[in-house]
Each structure stands twice: as C-alpha cells, then as structure tokens.
Ligand binder design. Sequence first.
Ligand code: HEC
Ligand code: HEC
Length: 224
Amino acid sequence: MATGLEWTSATELAQLIRRVKLSPVELVEHLLARIEQVNPTIKEELAAYVRSPEGSTPKGKWADKKFVEEMGSAEFNAKLEKMQLADFHGHGFVFRAVWKKDAKGNLLDEAGQQVKDDDPDRWKKAVHLKDIHLEKGMHCADCHFTIDSHGDGKLYGELRAATAIKCQDCHGTIQKISDLKTTGNAGGQDLAKTRTPSAKARSSRKSPAVSLRSRMPKRRCINS
Ligand code: HEC
Ligand code: HEC
C-alpha cells in the first residue's frame, strides 16, 4: 500500500491539520522535498534521455549511471528483496528475472510450495522461469551483434526493426532448413562464417542437424 503524506487525501490532510497532528509548514516542506526527489529538472531529463531515450528513464533509478553500472551484479542482486535483475550490456534498459509465482505474487518452488519472502535462500528455492535459450546456456551475444545496439547507419521506426537476427535464421521454417544467414532488417551476417571470441567456429552442420557453439566460454548448445 502507498504510504507517506504525498499519498494522503486532501480531506485526511485537512483533518490532521485541524487536530494539530500536522503543521501546514511541515506538509509544504514534505511536498517540496518530494517534488525535488521525483521531478527532475529539464537539464536532468535531457541528460537521462541521452543515455536512454525511454519515457520512464528520468524518474527511474536507472537514470543514474552508477546504478546502471552496478545493476545485475551478484553483489547488487543480494541487496534486492523483491526482485533480481539480469546482467547485461545495454543502454540502461532494466531486465528483470521472471519467477514462478502464485496468483497473489508469492514465490513458488519446484513442487508449487510457497517460498517465504524472508527465506535467505529464496532465490535458490524459487523457480526462475528462464527463456529456453538461457536455460541451454545461450546469452544475449549469441543472437545479438554490435550492429543491433550501435546501428547500421539507418534510422529505424523502433528498436525491434534494427535487429539483425530472426528466429527462423537458426530454426528454419517449415519449408526450408536454416542456412544460418541473418535476415532481420540489419541482417546479412553469416553465422557459419563467424567465430567465437576464442576463435572457434560458431556452427557446424551434420545435415540436417546444426550445432551452435555459444560465444560464452565453456558452453555448447545443440540445435537439431
Ligand atoms: C535465441 C536468440 C536470442 C537471445 C539469446 C536474445 N535475443 Fe534479443 N532478440 C532476438 C530476436 C530474434 C529478436 C527480434 C524479435 C522480433 O523480430 O520480433 C530480439 C529482439 C530484442 C530486442 C528488441 C525488442 C523490442 O521490443 O524492440 C532487444 C532489446 C533484445 N532482443 C535484447 C536482448 C537481451 C538484452 C538479451 C539477453 C538477456 C537477448 N536479447 C537475448 C533473439 C535473441
Ligand atoms: C542463434 C540461433 C537461435 C535463434 C536466433 C533462436 N533460437 Fe531458439 N534455439 C536455439 C538453440 C541452440 C536451441 C536449443 C536447442 C537444444 O539444445 O535442444 C533453441 C531452442 C528453442 C526452443 C525449444 C525447442 C525444443 O525443442 O525444446 C524454442 C521453442 C525456441 N528455440 C524458439 C525460438 C524463438 C521463438 C526464437 C526467436 C525469438 C528463437 N528460438 C531464436 C537457437 C536459436
């Protein structure tokens, strides 16, 4: 539930003032401090948009560069009570891990039993609902290229439009087995020709099966 004077209704505030439980000066000072906290100046807003051109940024903690740098690390996640953030290299987007929960938002373990909010091992007991690719050991860099974040020189109407890869570039379609060439708007990369940072080939093919080597160290996943 929302708390604090800024959330209290005008009639309740009037009553508090009448009963001398709150002074009008105290109230105004509180509201001015609150405005300063959540209403950035135009300059602060512009500075935040330069790093992350997204509507909610200026008012979010992720407008702070230091916050973004620390976000997602194990030490940072250990401080969070209600959520865990992903570790990524991005423009300040915040990616939250998704957990198995009941209809009331309580964390659930593998057997569907409630995990207590104050259990120090709650993030180990609760089920992290991973994307299948993450579960198999793939990472953002296995599907995304520098061009996805730094652009190809063209202006796109929205972010997704600049993505190089499409699902069918790895999985193929019902008519055609994948030839491992990216076909998104910023596409053109040939996964069969690219190498991992340790100079190993990204893919190998024993028709019709294709194996993909993850760009992350010591992980290999097979796409058949
Ligand atoms: C298995 C491949 C794969 C992995 C792994 C992957 N992505 Fe993507 N991502 C895609 C595809 C394909 C699209 C384009 C989807 C479309 O065309 O609708 C995409 C789109 C996106 C977009 C644009 C979405 C939008 O709404 O405009 C962002 C941002 C993004 N990915 C970030 C990430 C991050 C961060 C990670 C790692 C946490 C990640 N992706 C991991 C395949 C992947
Ligand atoms: C870079 C290549 C790549 C891209 C792009 C990609 N995938 Fe995958 N996908 C894989 C690999 C590798 C696996 C794991 C296969 C295995 O080990 O069984 C997988 C597994 C899957 C599975 C599970 C299949 C199963 O039989 O269990 C689904 C579903 C899936 N991907 C959907 C998608 C969707 C939807 C997209 C687009 C958003 C996408 N994939 C993009 C490589 C890719």
